[in-house]
Design a protein around this ligand. Structure first.
Ligand code: GRG
Length: 301
């Protein structure tokens, strides 16, 4: 057993956040390599903060599977690159048209729209380059499965598809099942992929155990979005580092508009309980997954 279980969650998450940032620093092209402006924009989008929840979930699932943290760090960084690309594109005027992200001007404001678009494209490519370049799984079949998993989670049957539904839903009152479908894809798919990728970095979990990790991730991915809806309605721009109250202003359906604030909060707690139940059988190996579930549901930013 690693020392992971002997340190508190704050220390553990800080150490793994730093580990993720060290990989990201290394794999992102240096700003003095041509084309400099594009590389500067990529680095700006990725290295300017962020909670790194997805890599942390990969590390936590990796601990359940006793995976090699070096491998998990690469897998987690690949997911974070996809996440950063999605935020850059989401902030563009043709999508959410936002000017503030992680407490700083959004990528297209700091650079320009064309550069931001290309930076997002290149971050996505870099994510898959990492999965192709590094030995992450114990066998080739699992490694290929990992590539497929990330591609599916980020593509039209995952995040990009969820974003398309989101853009189409402005001004509409979605039913709760429709809302769930949208969010499971837009936000949940990548969170789920991050977690399962972490577990795949060893190959030692049985199908049943992998399904338990996946069930956890599905619940916590949706909980993440429910909490995001609550925070958007209930928190300040200064606390969030992004424009608060935007969902209501943009007339977007959310869990708060569909269920009301109190019920949305309750629903997040129910999802947390379901997530915890899914990994109960792992005992102490799932400590970090449990702590991350708490962080995701109780977070204030
Ligand atoms: C453009 C293909 C494409 C997809 C965009 C993820 C997404 C889809 C849009 C982001 C819009 C948004 C605010 C979604 C809510 C949930 C979410 C992903 C919030 C941001 O993630 P955090 O809180 O951000 O993990 P940090 O900055 O901490 O990394």
């Amino acid at each position: 057993m690693t020392t992971a279980t002997t340190i508190d969650f704050g220390t553990w998450s800080h150490a793994h956040l730093q580990r993720t940032d060290a990989v990201l620093q290394k794999v992102l092209p240096a700003p003095d390599i041509a084309p400099q402006r594009l590389h500067e924009a990529m680095r700006y989008a990725v290295l300017g903060g962020g909670k790194r929840v997805r890599p942390l979930l990969a590390f936590a699932a990796g601990e359940v599977a006793d995976a090699d943290p070096e491998r998990v760090a690469i897998a987690g960084a690949a997911v974070e690159l996809i996440h950063a690309y999605s935020l850059v594109h989401d902030d563009l005027p043709c999508m959410d048209d936002d000017v503030l992200r992680r407490g700083r001007p959004t990528c297209h404001v700091e650079f320009d729209e064309a550069t931001a678009l290309l930076a997002g494209d290149a971050l996505q490519s870099l994510a898959f380059q990492l999965l192709g370049e590094h030995r992450l799984a114990n066998n080739v079949a699992t490694q290929l499965e990992m590539v497929k998993l990330l591609a599916t989670a980020s593509g039209s049957r995952g995040m990009a598809g969820g974003q398309a539904i989101d853009l189409d839903s402005v001004g509409k009152a979605l039913t709760v099942p429709e809302l769930e479908f949208m969010h499971i894809h837009k936000t949940g798919a990548l969170i789920r992929a991050a977690t399962v990728l972490g577990a795949h970095c060893c190959g030692g979990l049985s199908e049943r155990e992998l399904a338990q990790v996946d069930a956890f991730a599905k619940c916590i991915g949706l909980a993440f979005q429910v909490v995001d809806d609550v925070l958007d309605a209930d928190s300040s721009t200064a606390t969030l580092g992004k424009t608060a109250g935007k969902d209501a202003k943009d007339n977007k359906p959310t869990y708060v508009s569909a269920l009301g604030m109190a019920r949305a909060r309750e629903f997040a707690q129910e999802l947390r309980q379901q997530a915890l139940a899914a990994v109960a059988g792992f005992g102490p190996r799932a400590l970090r997954l449990r702590e991350l579930a708490d962080f995701i549901v109780l977070r204030k930013f």
